[in-house]
Design a protein around this ligand. Structure first.
Ligand SMILES: [Zn+2]
Length: 196
């Protein structure tokens, strides 16, 4: 089932999410619905707060990036194959010189800005069966993980922009929170759910 994606301005996107355990109700169904929702919106990542749940879980599938011809064959193959569910993740280390990448977010449609992040990460997480893994990633895969990880910390990519950029985007962001935007996937807008 496709779930509505929570738009910029909803307080759930600003919350620090909480850990879950294997008794979390209907977890398998929730994960399946989140994948369907992400694919339905042509996203490469989706965090639980974006469907209104402040829990520490996100999904990543970088396959759409594999179409981009700027990547080497090896990188493209890696991006094509990367699909993973991260539960209770902790970024243990981030390293390297920050690099810029033009990021977007399903909760902030039609806004894309360069965001600086470190290129390498070490992350601990649990999979769908609650087995713990520690893995290292770099490049675009690390970038998507960092973006989704920020979501469960209550941070959006727009929070990381300069105050000048933030000022320029203010009106656009306000319009998104009011639902004054055309978007071709299901969304839930904070200003609209408040008035009954
Ligand atoms: Zn996002």
């Amino acid at each position: 089932m496709i779930l509505p994606i929570v738009a910029y301005g909803d307080p759930v996107l600003k919350k620090k999410a909480v850990e879950i355990d294997k008794d979390y109700p209907k977890l398998e169904e929730l994960i399946a619905n989140m994948y369907e929702t992400m694919y339905g919106a042509y996203g490469v990542g989706l965090a639980a707060p974006q469907i209104g749940l402040a829990i520490r879980m996100f999904l990543v599938d970088t396959e759409p990036f594999a179409e981009d011809e700027s990547f080497s064959e090896e990188e493209a193959a890696q991006l094509k194959a990367f699909k993973k569910t991260f539960i209770n993740p902790i970024i243990l280390e981030e390293e390297g010189d920050e690099w810029a990448f033009n990021e977007g977010c399903l909760s902030i449609p039609d806004v894309r800005e360069d965001v600086f992040r470190q290129p390498k990460i070490k992350i601990q997480y649990q999979d769908e069966d609650f087995n713990t893994h520690v893995e290292e990633y770099d490049g675009l895969i690390a970038r998507v993980i960092q973006h989704e990880y920020d979501h469960i910390e209550g941070v959006l990519f727009t929070d990381k922009l300069s105050s000048f950029k933030k000022r320029l985007l203010k009106g656009k962001l306000l319009n998104i929170s009011k639902g004054k935007i055309r978007v071709d996937y299901r969304m839930r807008f904070p200003a609209m759910s408040r008035k009954r």
